[in-house]
Design a protein around this ligand. Structure first.
Ligand code: ATP
Ligand code: MG
Length: 703
């Protein structure tokens, strides 16, 4: 049963279960933030009297681990005999999910590894070894930046020699270095081994060793030669083969000594691919793949392991906990031949292999009659005018092109949906797409990096990277292109915007040096999660968490900032607040920059829900707009002239869950009608991903 509270943390839903623990999505009322609460099984306390002590000790060590690519642990505690710890909530899913969705190319894999390797190295410098490093412990934030989670948890939960259960090796066999599987002392190089396997899996979709039982897998790590990745994916360059062989070397002394060293080697391979130097692989003669063997292969192996390890397995205890299975091995036999063989039986805790994913159940509208619109909108009559200069490309709503996202990459098409072409191909999640005034440059945020892409040449540029901040949540350029509003560490900066100058900005002090306007929770009493510009640029609308009864809810505040730092911003409006009922987070907000806000609730598939319009002048909302159907909508955006609205719609009754784009006059939003999806846009374009968030960005026609 799901608890309502754990410690001071309010529990909202179950995020999933791993081999040992259950993870809940929770809310911390003290710091007003979403958290993930990981609860360990009470069995740990009962089975091992030393556990509590070690938990405390290890928790202190983990708490010291601060790095922008490591999921921060905020708190640890114990409730009803169940130890728990609280960490940052990561909304972007895990690397396991992404590998399931498709393999990575070398460039894409390198981009992920280069972000997490520094975190791994930092922990190793501090003497902390992960011990359970694997794709499900690489989590992404809402901007697609990867983080390592569960650092040191394996150690924390490791049973000690002499205890009731014997000494346990805790980890996941599929990623376990040979020395770890044998119960040796491990150091950072065990994590480097796992990093090699993670890379192998990203590039092939498979794990290097497969066997019928988890135990069989653990043994292959000890005895089988390192598989040749080129056998699993012959299209990879030979350099990758060498990297995998080195990272996964049986002898840890031969592995990369740091994650960075391995990333440097990957960069070299990427450079060679870019330079077209990838032919070596065809000239290299390799040994045929070695079949899995139960006995020790003729590879470089210490003498002492020359015995039939299968004989060593004596399952003494099988105990299921939270979906995991404990296997107890006869550790002394596994370590046979060592000078001081341990007499203590060694348990390997082997997880169930299936990953638990939280899937939101579809929400079915209970009533067919949506709330009556309280406001009617009478915009200028829609115009569908071919431009004089480029007669073949139509202009609708003052826009001629649409940039949008599919499978995390940016695409561009004409405003009628014709001619969609992909611009980026790196599959890193992208947000805040916006056109710069030159009409050629599209700016976007990926992870903590701000990038631009020239839509004609496809040349990409990194503008800045806020890697050293825990939160980087919005980067929005003002309508005149001269300023930018940034939410960094939940503080709001409004600074002059210049692409070249922005390249020198990396952190808060750099932003402050630009002498713009600065609003922190100390002054404005709210932590800014997102920000939007008014057309007059004297006002902004910010999203924050406001207390609502016993809980907190996302709220929008419109405020006057024209006096900048000379006075506190004047609060002009706030919604939903008391204005109208709204139960979920406020998803995919857009502002016409004058009176109207568009947004939707979160009902299913990662952010599809009911569509709302709110008028900040009249304080009226039109809720559950059902212009093309009842549910579900997302990513509604006003056209540059405000006369049209584009949105994605997923019919809740469609078993295929196809996502379609509509571009219709904004004045007709509150009147259901027989509207058709974008005329020229391929119907099945978004097939296969029910959670797609197209985030359309309409390009204003160059004046
Ligand atoms: N900080 C977090 N934010 C959001 N989701 C999380 C967080 N930590 C874990 N999860 C999710 O909770 C589920 C269970 O995580 P858990 O760490 O228990 O399992 P695991 O990583 O699969 O295996 P292991 O027990 O070996 O770590 C996973 O689906 C994971 O993606
Ligand atoms: Mg985990």
């Amino acid at each position: 049963m799901q608890p309502e509270k754990i410690g001071r943390y309010e529990i909202k839903s179950e995020l999933g279960r791993g081999g040992m623990a259950t993870v809940y999505r929770g809310y911390d009322p003290r710091f007003e933030r979403e958290v993930a609460v990981k609860v360990l099984p009470p069995e740990l306390l009962h089975a091992d009297p030393q556990f509590r002590l070690r938990f405390e000790r290890e928790a202190k060590i983990i708490a010291q681990l601060e790095h922008p690519s490591i999921v921060p642990v905020y708190d640890v505690g114990e409730e009803n005999n169940q130890p728990y710890f609280v960490m940052r909530f990561m909304s972007g899913g895990s690397l396991t999910d992404r590998i399931k969705a498709g393999t990575f190319n070398v460039d894409q894999a390198t981009k992920i590894l280069e972000q997490i390797a520094p975190g791994l190295d930092e922990a190793h410098i501090k003497g902390i070894v992960h011990r359970d490093f694997k794709p499900s412990n690489i989590l992404f934030d809402n901007k697609g930046a990867p983080y390592i989670s569960d650092f040191g948890i394996a150690k924390m939960t490791q049973a000690q020699a002499g205890s009731v259960t014997g000494s346990a090796i805790i980890g996941t066999p599929a990623y376990m270095a040979p020395e770890q599987a044998q119960g040796d002392q491990v150091d950072g190089r065990a994590d480097i081994y796992a990093l090699g396997i993670i890379l192998y899996e990203m590039l092939t979709g498979k794990q290097p060793y497969e066997a019928d039982t988890p135990m069989g897998v653990a043994i292959k790590h000890i005895t089988d030669p390192v598989p040749h990745i080129l056998d699993a994916n012959p299209d990879l360059p030979y350099g990758i083969e060498e990297i995998i062989q080195k990272a996964m070397a049986k002898d840890r002394g031969e592995r990369y000594s740091t994650g960075q060293e391995m990333v440097d080697a990957l960069h070299e391979v990427v450079r060679n691919i870019e330079a077209g130097r990838t032919t070596e692989k065809r000239t290299v003669v390799r040994k045929a793949p070695t079949k899995p063997k139960a006995t020790v292969p003729q590879q470089k192996q210490p003498e002492r392991r020359s015995f039939n390890v299968w004989m060593a397995i004596i399952p003494l205890l099988v105990l299921g906990v939270g979906g995991g299975i404990f296997f107890l091995l006869n550790g002394s036999n596994l370590l046979a031949g060592k000078e001081t063989p341990s007499a203590t039986p060694t348990a390997v805790i082997v997880e169930a292999t299936s990953t638990t994913q939280s899937i939101q159940p579809p929400v079915v509208e209970s009533t067919a009659t949506p709330a009556a619109p309280t406001e009617t909108f009478t915009p200028a009559p829609p115009t569908l005018t071919p431009t004089a200069t480029i007669p073949s490309i139509p202009v609708i709503g003052g826009a001629d092109r649409i940039a949008f996202v599919k499978d995390n990459d940016i695409w561009i098409m004409n405003v009628d949906g014709s001619d969609p072409r992909s611009l980026t191909m790196d599959r890193a999640a992208k947000f805040d797409l916006q056109w710069l005034p030159d009409g050629k440059t599209l700016l976007y945020v990926t992870g903590k990096t701000v990038k631009t892409i020239n839509v004609e040449t496809k040349v990409e540029e990194i503008i800045t990277n806020f890697a050293s901040s825990e939160y980087f949540e919005a980067f929005r350029i003002s309508p005149d292109g001269k300023r930018v509003a940034i939410s960094l560490a939940r503080e709001l900066h409004i600074v002059p915007f210049d692409l070249e100058q922005m390249k020198t900005v990396k952190k808060k002090s750099d932003l402050l040096a630009l002498k713009g306007c600065f609003y922190s929770p100390d002054t404005i009493k709210i932590a800014v999660l997102d920000v939007f510009w008014a057309k007059d640029m004297q006002r902004v609308a910010v999203k924050f968490l406001a207390p609502a009864g016993n809980a907190y809810s996302e709220t929008m505040r419109v405020m006057d900032i024209h006096l900048c730092n000379e006075s506190l911003p004047q609060r002009l409006d706030e919604f939903p607040a008391e204005r109208f009922a709204f139960k979920t987070n406020i998803m995919s907000i857009d502002w016409d920059g004058e009176e109207l806000f568009l947004f939707n609730s979160n009902e299913r598939n990662g952010g599809f829900g009911n569509l709302y319009i709110y008028n900040t002048r009249t304080h009226q909302a039109a809720s559950k707009i059902n212009v093309v159907g009842t549910c579900c909508y997302r990513d509604a955006r006003f056209s540059p002239d405000g006369n049209y609205v584009i949105f994605a719609y997923q019919d809740i009754t469609d078993p295929n869950g196809l996502i379609r784009l509509y571009y219709i006059p904004s004045g007709s939003l509150t009147t259901p009608g027989n509207y058709k999806p974008l005329a020229q846009f391929p119907e099945e374009f978004f097939e296969g991903n029910r959670k797609e968030s197209p985030q359309p960005a309409l390009r204003p026609v160059p004046k």
